[in-house]
Design a protein around this ligand. Structure first.
Ligand code: ADP
Ligand code: GLC
Length: 479
C-alpha cells in the first residue's frame, strides 16, 4: 500500500512525547512489511544541528503558499530514518518553524500546522505520489481528511485516498477562534465544519478530524472505549459515538531496537531475562548519576514524565511526602512541564536530598538509565491513551505501578500471587496510590515473588511487528 503518514513530531528528529516514538516506529514497521510509506513532518530549527543528511526534493523547492492574508514559502527535503530506508520528508519553512520549541502559544500556531498539512499534500502532488491512505496523527494533522475531500478534492491524485486519524491524546484538540477560518480555507471547506462549534466562535480541529476521517483509531482498546464516554471524551464523545464505524483501539508497540536492555547502547552493562546481573550495575550507575545516597538493597522508584495534569502528579503531591516519611525507598524523577509540578519535585528533593533526585529537563540517556536502574516505575495517570514507559519498564525488568486507565490497563496485569506483571490500582485517589506503592514496597522484600513479577514482565512482547499488522487491517477496512 502507498501510505502518507503525517505527524508533528518524529523521533529522533523531534520529540516531546510518545507521539514521536510512534510516528517513527509504526512507519518503520509498515515499511518493513513492504508498504511504501512516506512520512511528513516540519523541519524545526531546533533539530537542524543533528547528524543526518538531507536532500532537496527538486520538484518542491521555494513553493509559495497563501494562507488567508499570509504568504509563505516552503521547501521539502528528504532524509531517511536512521538504520532504515524509510523516507522522511521535512517541510522547511523557517518563518514558521524557526522557534525555540516545537509547539508555541504564538498567534500563528494554527498556521504552523495548516502549512504542515497543505505542504504535505502539495509535496505529494509535486512528487506525483498518490497515497491510498493518508494517516493523520492528533490535532496538528486532523484537518487533512477534510482537505482531501474539499480544497484538494479536485486533484485525481487523491481520488481514491482514504484517511485515518489516530488520536494519541484527546485532551489536546487544536481549538482556534473562527477568525482563523480564512487561513485554512480554500474552496467550500467551511460548509462542512461543525456548525455548533462555528456558532460558538471556534473551530475544533480534532472534531473535524473525527467527523471527516474515513477511519478513526486510538492507541489502546481501553482508551477507545473511554473517549466515547462523557467522562473521557473531553467534549468529543458525542462526535465519536456518531461515527457509524466507531473508534478502533490498537495498542502502541515498543521499538525494541531502541528499548531493549540486551542491546541498549546507552547502558553501562547489558542484561536479559536469563541474567539480571547487569541490572544491578545499572542500578549502581543510576544511584551514582543521580546522587542518591542509599544502599543497593533500597528500592528505587523511577518516574519519567511530561509534568502535566494528565500524568497524575496531583496524587503524588498528596502521597509522596507521607510515603517518604514512613517507608524506606528512593525516588528518581525526570521530567519537564508545568510550574507547580516542577516546584513540588524541587521541594521534595530538597526535603529528602539523599533519597529523592529530580532532574527538570529532557534527557534521553537518563531516561534509558532510569528504565534500567530503577526497581519500580510509577505512572499514576489521570488518563493515559497508551503510555510507553510502562511497556519499556516491563522489558527492563522494572516493575510498573500504574493506574488502571487507557493503555496502562491494557498492558499491565496486577500481580495476584502467581501471575501478573505489576501493581495496578483503580481509583484516582490518594488511598489507592498509597496502597499501590506500599504493596510494591512490601513485595520487593519477597525476593521470590519479586523475581517472578520481573520475569513475567520481561517475557511480554509488545513489538510493533504485531501491532503494525492491525494498522494494515484497518487500512484495508478503511473504505
Ligand atoms: P506522553 O506521550 O503522554 O508524554 P508516553 O508514555 O507515551 O507519554 O511517552 C513519553 C515518551 O517521552 C517516552 O519515550 C519517554 O521516555 C519520553 N520522555 C518523557 N519525558 C521525558 C524527559 N523529560 N526526558 C526524556 N524522555 C522523556
Ligand atoms: C500521547 C499519550 C500517550 C501515548 C502517546 C503515543 O502523548 O499521552 O499515552 O502513549 O501519545 O501514542
Amino acid at each position: 500500500m502507498k501510505i502518507a503518514f503525517v505527524a508533528s513530531e518524529v523521533t529522533p528528529f523531534a520529540k516531546t512525547g510518545g507521539l514521536a516514538d510512534v510516528a517513527a516506529a509504526l512507519p518503520r514497521a509498515l515499511h518493513a512489511l513492504g508498504h511504501e510509506v512516506r512520512v511528513f513532518m516540519p523541519l524545526y530549527s531546533v533539530m537542524t544541528n543533528k547528524h543526518y543528511e538531507i536532500a532537496a526534493v527538486e520538484t518542491a523547492q521555494h513553493v509559495t503558499l497563501t494562507l488567508g492574508q499570509f504568504t509563505y514559502e516552503f521547501s521539502v527535503f528528504s532524509t531517511t530514518l536512521p538504520d532504515s530506508t524509510l523516507q522522511i520528508f521535512l517541510i522547511d519553512c523557517p518563518e514558521l518553524y524557526s522557534r525555540p520549541f516545537l509547539y508555541t502559544y504564538d498567534a500563528d500556531e494554527h498556521r504552523r500546522f495548516i502549512l504542515l498539512q497543505r505542504a504535505a499534500l502539495e509535496a505529494c502532488q509535486r512528487m506525483q505520489f498518490s497515497p491510498e491512505i493518508i494517516h493523520c496523527n492528533d490535532w496538528h494533522t486532523a484537518l487533512l481528511p477534510l482537505m482531501i475531500k474539499t480544497s484538494y478534492g479536485w486533484d485525481r491524485l487523491f481520488q481514491s485516498t482514504r484517511s485515518v486519524l489516530s488520536i494519541h491524546n484527546i485532551g489536546y484538540q487544536g481549538q482556534f477562534g473562527v477568525h482563523t477560518l480564512g487561513d485554512i480555507g480554500i474552496g467550500d471547506i467551511v460548509t462542512h465544519m461543525y456548525s455548533p462549534d462555528l456558532a460558538s466562535g471556534h473551530i475544533n480541529w480534532m472534531r473535524e478530524g473525527i467527523r471527516h476521517a474515513h477511519s478513526v483509531s486510538t492507541v489502546s482498546p481501553t482508551y477507545a472505549k473511554e473517549i466515547c464516554t462523557p467522562g473521557g471524551g473531553h467534549g468529543m464523545d458525542v462526535s465519536l459515538r456518531q461515527r457509524a464505524r466507531g473508534v478502533v483501539g490498537i495498542l502502541n508497540g515498543v521499538d525494541y531496537d531502541s528499548w531493549n536492555p540486551e542491546t541498549d547502547d546507552t547502558l553501562p552493562v547489558h542484561y536479559s531475562i536469563k541474567s539480571l546481573q547487569g541490572k544491578r550495575h545499572c542500578k549502581q550507575a543510576l544511584l551514582t548519576r543521580s546522587e542518591l545516597h542509599v544502599d543497593m538493597e533500597t528500592p528505587v522508584i523511577g518516574i519519567i514524565s511530561r509534568l502535566a495534569m494528565q500524568k497524575g502528579i496531583d496524587l503524588l503531591i498528596d502521597s509522596l511526602p507521607q510515603l517518604l516519611s514512613t517507608r524506606d525507598f528512593a525516588l528518581c524523577v525526570l521530567g519537564t512541564g508545568e510550574t507547580q509540578y516542577v516546584s513540588f519535585f524541587t521541594a521534595l528533593a530538597n526535603q529528602f536530598p539523599d533519597r529523592v533526585y529530580f532532574e527538570n529537563g529532557y534527557d534521553e540517556a537518563l531516561a534509558h538509565l532510569i528504565e534500567a536502574g530503577a526497581d519500580m516505575f510509577l505512572m499514576p495517570s489521570l488518563y493515559e491513551p497508551c503510555g510507553l514507559n510502562q511497556m519499556y519498564s516491563l522489558k527492563y525488568g522494572t516493575v510498573p505501578i500504574v493506574r488502571k486507565t487507557g493503555g496502562l490497563a491494557d498492558s499491565v496485569q496486577l500481580w495476584n500471587g502467581q501471575s501478573g506483571t505489576g501493581i495496578v490500582f483503580d481509583h484516582y485517589d490518594v488511598p489507592a496510590v498509597l496502597w499501590a506503592v506500599n504493596t510494591a514496597l512490601d513485595l520487593f522484600k519477597d525476593n521470590i515473588a519479586w523475581q517472578s513479577i520481573i520475569r513475567n514482565g520481561m517475557a511480554m512482547n509488545f513489538s510493533w511487528e504485531q501491532q503494525a499488522l492491525q494498522y494494515v487491517e484497518l487500512y484495508k477496512q478503511t473504505g
